[in-house]
Write a protein that binds this ligand. Structure first.
Ligand SMILES: [Zn+2]
Length: 159
């Protein structure tokens, strides 16, 4: 963000209670760009004992992750992840558990991760380039983002 959305002046770095933030320098305007994290829902989606990993359009060739997406206005996180599962995989899901919340600082996101059990035939949505099913017992979590939730989930499942 470069310009004030309220009065179009160029934003400047100003200090608020010891924290530097982009803000509007105009004395008639109180706009501060807080840059708050964005909530993102993600699902460890299980289908017949396997977990579904997906590659979004535009991701590098070998990169797969959990199904994830932004919430719609007035939508609960549970409804949000079930909608993503429906839209991107063509599956009806059921929430099993809330795995937890995971800050993803690099992307300024707060991930809300659910374990979802799904049934049906996968019909890949337009935001996905590829998907694969990996049996939970051979799944290797990646060390960032949703991978941290997957690691916790896999560990809890062994106990
Ligand atoms: Zn302004």
């Amino acid at each position: 963000m470069k310009f004030c959305p309220q009065c179009t002046q160029e934003l400047k770095v100003l200090e608020f209670d010891g924290v530097e933030r982009l803000a509007c320098p105009s004395s008639d305007c109180d706009f501060v760009y807080w840059d708050n994290p964005t909530p993102v829902v993600a699902g460890i989606v299980e289908l017949d004992g396997s977990v579904i990993l997906v590659r979004n359009v535009g991701w590098p060739e070998k990169m797969f992750g959990l199904i994830a997406g932004y919430l719609e206005k007035n939508e609960t996180p549970e409804d949000g992840i079930l909608r993503e599962v429906r839209e991107e995989l063509g599956l009806e899901g059921q929430i099993q558990d809330f795995v937890g919340y995971y800050p993803f600082y690099e992307l300024n996101q707060l991930l809300l991760v659910f374990h979802v059990r799904a049934a049906g035939e996968i019909v890949q949505g337009k935001e996905l380039e590829a998907h694969k099913l990996i049996q939970a017992n051979v799944l290797k979590p990646w060390p960032f983002g949703t991978g941290l939730a997957l690691k916790d989930w896999l560990e809890a499942r062994k106990e």
